[in-house]
Design a protein around this ligand. Structure first.
Ligand code: NDP
Ligand code: HSE
Length: 435
């Protein structure tokens, strides 16, 4: 081994940063042998060095002075801090100096990815971002390189470990939403601001990145209509279970057959419990990708946490160190800076099956009125469920539909809410049948 060590500067020493430092320290010999040169963590930038020291950082490496940090001789900037403002400025500063970047920061890439990729290219730097989507699962590598021969038709993902953990604990162990969220935070799965997780924003950012790569388009977070798990009612999970469904926060992107239009959505969905994605529990993530040549492929693993995420970050570092990744990044038109804007399916035109739960008066003619509203809009009913109770009370009535346009179902929902025999809002949940 004769080459000079490769210098790393890292911003952040929290859950992910401490894991990256531990891997680089504990596996130094293995990594040096793999890429033919030692990898050296030279400097760490944080706001509060005492916190980093308490997390085990080598005090000699840690600074809170950005100028001292950028004066360090570094070949790769590892950004594991998160956020867009000042962190975005640091990233731009490094890219302008021709420093390669590894990042786990989906919010930055979902908002400014095309600009940052173009800036990197201009300065002969590369950006590796495997950890930004689905933590430790190498699904970006699969999409960009392993599936390059395919036209991707659809992506179906469980992309937020915090939400999947909360839903699993609530539905399988009967925990409250607040207790399950608190546990996810303690285990290091949640974002610094957990509303990003439970509102679905984190999954939407990841889907924007994944769908851009899968479909070869520019698509950002604002193009992804998003509903979080914070609006979910446990009663719906129970009715869904009676009908054979599990509830999951699904990130879905599809290409309309025979057209170049794409749709991307994040929302709590029912999937039949026989589907592979329904078996994904706890903080685990999974991504189903359908390619025109390969058919169905599925990627599964830890989507969050210290070492799983560090695994993706350090693998990116090693791929940069080995030299093939910068060459591929520079030569290929794989990132959204080189792609056209996405042509989106109008939300009202999106076809799917739906679950409706209404509070309906248990009296003669109620079901007839509800089904007439649906029938008038050409929405075909798949199942109806109501438990026996004393007559003349408002009771939950569940209806599932066959595939219908979302706009027609929303219109029918508004009409049903206006019926005298129905009180309160209708709860609407998408039912997803995999291709
Ligand atoms: P933490 O909150 O645990 O750690 C963030 C670190 O970044 C802290 O050391 C913090 O320093 C530092 N930091 C934040 N802002 C600044 C700043 N302006 N200047 C210098 N340092 C700063 O976050 P995580 O490790 O959980 O997440 C980091 C990134 O990885 C995020 O982008 C996240 O989305 C992503 N990610 C996280 C996963 C996880 O499982 N946790 C999984 C996949 C991706 P200080 O404490 O001194 O403020
Ligand atoms: N907060 C994220 C999650 C971390 O729970 O999945 C991974 O991006």
């Amino acid at each position: 081994m004769s080459l000079e060590p490769l210098g790393i500067g890292m911003i952040g020493y929290g859950t992910v940063g401490s894991g990256v430092a531990a891997l680089l320290r504990d596996q130094a010999e293995l990594y040096a042998a793999r890429v033919g040169r030692p990898i050296e963590l030279r400097r760490v930038l944080v706001r509060n060095p005492a916190k980093a020291a308490a997390a085990g950082a080598d005090a000699a490496l840690v600074t809170n002075d950005p100028d001292a940090f950028f004066a360090t001789d570094m070949d790769i900037l590892v950004e594991v801090a998160g956020g867009k403002g000042v962190i975005g400025d640091y990233v731009r500063r490094a890219l302008r100096d021709g420093v390669h970047m590894v990042t786990a920061n989906k919010s930055l890439l979902a908002a400014d990815g095309p600009e940052l990729f173009a800036l990197a290219r201009e300065h002969r730097a590369a950006i590796a971002f495997e950890a930004s989507c689905a933590g430790g699962i190498p699904c970006l590598t699969a999409l960009q390189f392993g599936l390059m021969a395919n036209r991707v038709q659809g992506l179906y993902g469980i992309l937020n470990g915090t939400c999947n953990y909360i839903l699993t604990e609530m539905t399988r162990s009967g925990k409250t939403y607040a207790d399950a969220l608190c546990e996810a935070q303690h285990k290091g799965y949640a974002e610094a601001d957990p509303t990003l997780d439970v509102s679905g924003a984190d999954a939407a950012q990841k889907l924007a990145i994944l769908a851009s790569l899968a479909f070869g388009v520019k698509l950002d977070e604002a193009d992804v209509p998003t509903v979080g798990i914070d609006t979910l009612e446990l009663e719906d999970a129970r009715f869904g279970a009676e009908l054979g469904y599990d509830i999951k926060l699904l990130a879905i992107a599809e290409r309309t057959p025979g057209s170049d239009r794409v749709s991307a959505n994040v929302q709590p969905c029912f999937i039949h419990r026989d589907q592979l994605l329904a078996q994904v529990t706890g903080p685990m993530n999974a991504l189903s990708v359908y390619g025109h040549a390969v058919g169905h492929t599925l990627y599964y693993g830890a989507g969050a946490g210290r070492l799983p995420t560090a695994s993706a970050v350090v693998s990116d570092v090693l791929n940069l160190a080995a030299g093939w990744y910068p060459a591929a990044f520079g030569a290929m038109a794989l990132t959204p800076d080189r792609q056209p804007d996405a042509r989106l399916v109008a939300p009202a035109d999106l076809r799917s099956r739906f679950y409706l739960r209404l509070n309906a008066l248990d009296a003669a003619g109620t079901v007839a009125q509800v089904t007439r509203v649906l029938g008038d809009r050409d929405i075909s009913i798949s199942a109806v469920l109501q438990h026996e109770v004393d007559a003349n009370r408002f009771v939950p009535l569940v209806v599932t539909t066959h595939a219908a346009p979302h706009g027609a179902v929303e219109d029918a929902t508004a009409r049903i809410e206006a019926l005298d025999c129905v009180e309160q809002k209708v709860r609407l949940v998408r039912i997803v049948d995999m291709p």
